[in-house]
Design a protein around this ligand. Structure first.
Ligand SMILES: *Cc1c(COP(=O)(O)O)cnc(C)c1O
Length: 431
């Protein structure tokens, strides 16, 4: 541990106080890391500032939502405007209709959609809908994919569940987990075999098109196509979980990038512009089964919250208007950073894999390619945490787990990126 580069002990003191009243002192498990997390006071652009005034270039970016960086002007203005007009009505608004229309325009597979508050809700309801529509019980998910913290998908899940949890969570009845088949990612043969054995029972396959919850793992060429083909042949629905990738990989998400048309889509993170907002949508015949049109129940007091919708609309409007520059700019920034990191790794003679796509990347300490949960788990996670700590000491915030993803925003400047490369090089040399 490098001593003395960070000022103050306020975060440590706050964490002591937080631990008494909140499990782990945090509101979500992944936020806890040793010796203690820093407590944020404010953030702007690509910089987050802790309770002692230490500044960090932020690559955690709240785990994905902030594609324009912190406190982005057009989003803040939209939210301010809405606040003056009230915060929650319990009636429909024009804003949510316009927002849903924008999503459909970007993602034609979302013929109809329903707004919810979190990615967890979106996948939970998409799964219930898939079961209601097909009359089947079994769900297929992939080892290392994370779809939120609810019962049927909290099996061999990525993100905090991989960092802090076991293979599954306590408190989930066996009868529930029995209906979830977990398969290795990037293995079309395993999926074919599962369908040969259980095809008539499988309601849906839920998948992250690019995994962002064991670090970044891309689908092998043709893999998503084979998932699409096998589900279609067997009358099972394909739920593409684009909570991270939607509007991040491309304006139309991974479905546009890979040319896949899913039956159902789940969205969250980027679409809320930093506010709690998520959605699930898809084929009209399926979505027509959602209450009050159909018999699959789902509801929410805060669903379509006007403040979140204002932030979401501002985000999608900006992305739509600037998509021809935003996505290439993000890609160039990421390339500048990961090329620098690769050079630094080579110079330090450390075995490092850098997985990357669009504005997402992660470093793994291993000599082997990382293509699924098994290869991700075999990396040296201790070295990653030392990297994380060393970077914090140098004013750079990478997510505090090997099983999370680094995100770039349009607010990450070349100067900051170059300084980050320097910091990574320095830490790698010392490992
Ligand atoms: C973050 C995430 C979720 C859960 O979203 P929350 O808003 O945290 O409930 C679901 N799926 C994927 C792919 C995610 O990355």
């Amino acid at each position: 541990m490098v001593e003395g580069k960070l000022r103050g002990r306020t975060s440590e003191v706050l964490h002591e106080r937080a631990k008494v009243i909140m499990p782990g002192g945090v509101s979500s498990p992944v936020r806890l890391f040793p010796p203690h997390p820093f407590f944020a006071r404010r953030a702007e652009g690509c910089v987050i500032v802790d309770a002692d005034g230490n500044e960090y270039t932020d690559y955690c970016m709240a785990y994905g939502p902030l594609i324009f960086g912190h406190a982005y002007g057009p989003i803040i203005n939209a939210v301010r405007g809405q606040l003056r007009d009230g915060t929650l009505y319990g009636t429909p608004t024009e804003g949510e209709v316009a927002f849903a229309e924008s999503i459909k325009k970007a993602m034609p597979a979302c013929e109809m959609l329903r707004l919810v508050n979190s990615g967890t809700e979106a996948t939970m309801h998409a799964i219930r809908l898939a079961r209601g529509f097909t009359g089947r019980k079994t769900i297929v998910k992939f080892d290392g994919c994370y779809h939120g913290a609810h019962d049927s998908v909290l099996v061999k899940a990525g993100s905090g569940a991989a960092t802090h949890g076991g293979p599954s969570s306590l408190g989930i009845p066996e009868e529930v987990v029995e209906n979830t088949l977990v398969l290795p990612y990037n293995d079309p043969g395993a999926l074919e075999k599962a369908f040969q054995e259980h095809g008539r029972d499988i309601a849906a396959v839920i998948i992250e098109p690019v995994i962002g919850n064991i670090g970044v793992v891309e689908p092998a060429p043709g893999y998503l196509e084979s998932v699409r083909r096998v589900t279609e042949e067997n009358g099972a629905l394909l739920i593409l979980d684009e909570v991270i990738t939607g509007f991040r990989l491309a304006f139309g998400g991974a479905q546009e990038m890979f040319g896949i048309r899913p039956d159902l889509v789940t969205l969250g993170k980027v679409i809320g512009g930093g506010f709690p907002l998520a959605a699930y949508g898809g084929r009209k015949d399926i979505m027509s089964m959602v209450s009050p049109l159909g018999a699959v129940y789902q509801a929410g007091t805060f669903a379509g919250n006007p403040v979140s919708v204002a932030a979401g609309r501002a985000t999608l409007d900006e992305l739509s208007a600037r998509r021809n520059s935003v996505y290439p700019t993000l890609e160039r920034s990421r390339e500048r950073l990961t090329n620098g990191i690769r050079d630094a790794a080579r110079d330090s003679h450390k075995q490092v894999q850098v997985n990357e796509t669009a504005s997402m990347f992660q470093m793994f300490f291993t000599g082997q390619p990382v293509t699924d949960a098994t290869s991700a788990s075999s990396c040296d996670r201790g070295l990653y945490m030392r990297l994380h700590h060393g970077l914090l000491e140098r004013g750079v915030f990478f997510p505090p787990s090997q099983f999370e993803t680094c995100f770039l925003s349009t607010a990450h400047t070349h100067d900051r990126i170059d300084a980050t490369v320097e910091a990574v090089a320095e830490v790698l040399r010392g490992l």
